[in-house]
Design a protein. Sequence first.
Length: 366
Amino acid sequence: MLALYDVPAPAKLNLFLHVVGKRPDGYHLLQSLFVLIDWADTLHFERRADGALHRHDQGDALPPDDLCLRAARALQAASGVSFGVDIHIEKRLPAGAGMGGGSSDAASTLLALNRLWGLNWPRSRLLPIALQLGADVPFFVGGRNAFVEGIGEILHAVKVPVTPLAVIKPQVSIGTKEIFSSPLLRRSKSVAIVAGFPAVNGGHEVSQIHQTSLVNTGHAGAENPGNVLKSIPSGPSGITQSDTDLHEATLEKLTELAVSGWGRNDLQPPAESASQEVSEALHWLQTRYGNSRMTGSGSAVFAILSASQQNADDSNASLGSNSKATSEAKANGSLNISLPFDLPPKWAGRMCRSLEAHPLLGWAAD
């Protein structure tokens, strides 16, 4: 029996998330920096000859028809392959967190079955299937940290330095519909403008995920740092080598600002209004690390750690009920360690680091 075991499906964090508009069909337009982190689910795949598709849960219960099965069906239909699969899922990522757990599982399913079924499709053939499954799935299939636009389908790959983070998931989960329909939802007045390319909204469609582009931010201020670069190339939309260098430098600057805490999450005020737990979790991190922010539509929150904060926490990471998890993480050589303080009952949390790329980046050719 052919099989793939221990396939990772990492979570993501939104270092910032700005709501910049709304489409006629009701979908909101976003701009965000998506960053992969080393908190992940683990999936196992066993190929079947009869074409049947099955999921076997390990850990928390999943919906009867989760995204993994939908991903498998979509790839099976698109390719015409006769194989099936048994999928075993070890859930470690909390549900309802805004960390993309279900989307990441679906993306890893596409990448794994592309290999297990012998398709060996390039990433460009997988991305349209990924977009049918959900707006976040193309990001995980793309495999690189990215500046994201549109409803999540326009991606610009960026390099993010390995960054230590503290992540907390309170018990509460808040519906995405409730967040986006809240009267407290504000729209960012300053939009990062992507220029120099003819694609929709000046950006790239998912099939052009790994190209870079020029980003020019709006007004200066505490949340809006002003122009990253003041000049935008004019002329034809084709890219010269000098244009490419300029685009990469601009995205690098935008990423640097985001890692240092620039921007905000426009979905955070509605979430805090809907749940006191979100506010409490933000306060926990703000008090200890001097910064905190919600990811996605919540309810998970995170803080970016300085080197000194990370060193202090590393030396005090074996407190309370988290000591066993810390010992196991260190024994396995993982960068993850438990939070250096006890959380309220039924809250989850851990120390994480950002990833330079998805662990399965090499499983599909660009």
